[in-house]
Design a protein around this ligand. Structure first.
Ligand code: CU
Length: 203
């Protein structure tokens, strides 16, 4: 006897199994079924509705390909804003990121006191600049192809910076020719900028 509804399947097992005793249910059947289903005796009040002899089994809903989590992550990228990371103190992680046109980047305010802001003249022509509020998560969807340089405004002097490449690096030459003024604002960790460009090019 099978009875379907939207989320659960109630299944009545045969009375043949029942006749072999309660031990078989406890040790053999329940152990195998438990990860997948709720099971109880037909006569027990276990919250599973059914009618008929045997056991009552309601399948536990597990994640399937229709769950949104897996597909969403393809188009969404996380950049953490950190007090300390693998590149030292005050960092975006990952600092170099390559994404597809139309993808979204979520800047996570893991540690307080950071923000993300596009660097002036260091984003593709026609792209929108951004500046987030310090200490808050911020997400942005990139619809214009090219390379973007961004900073944490309070920690730019310490080279808390990052690079995002959307699609092809169509504006790389222009970015590199405009870098001088930006570099001059960085007093510590001056090697990071070159390192991040190398990382981006190797992605
Ligand atoms: Cu910062």
């Amino acid at each position: 006897m099978l009875k379907f509804n939207a989320l659960t399947l109630t299944l009545i097992l045969s009375t043949g199994l029942l006749s072999q005793g309660i031990d078989m249910r406890d040790e053999a059947i329940e152990a195998r079924i438990k990860p997948l289903a709720n099971v109880c005796m037909q006569d027990d009040d276990c919250g599973i509705a059914s009618s008929g002899p045997g056991y009552k089994v309601s399948l536990i809903k597990t994640s399937t390909s229709s769950e949104p989590a897996a597909s969403g992550s393809d188009n969404e990228h996380i950049v953490q804003m950190l007090n300390a990371g693998s590149d030292g103190v005050m960092v975006f992680e990952p600092a170099a990121l390559k994404i597809k046109k139309g993808d979204t980047v979520v800047f996570k305010s893991v540690d307080p006191g950071h923000n993300t802001a596009s660097a002036p003249n260091l984003i593709p022509a026609g792209a929108s600049s951004w500046e987030s509020t310090q200490g808050q998560d911020f997400s942005i969807t990139f619809d214009t192809e090219g390379v973007y340089v961004y900073q944490c405004t309070p920690h730019l002097v310490m080279a808390m910076i990052g690079l995002i490449q959307v699609g092809e690096a169509t504006n790389m030459a222009e970015i590199k020719s405009n870098l001088g003024g930006f570099e001059a604002l960085i007093a510590l960790n001056q090697d990071r900028l070159g390192k991040y460009f190398s990382q981006l090019e190797s992605l």
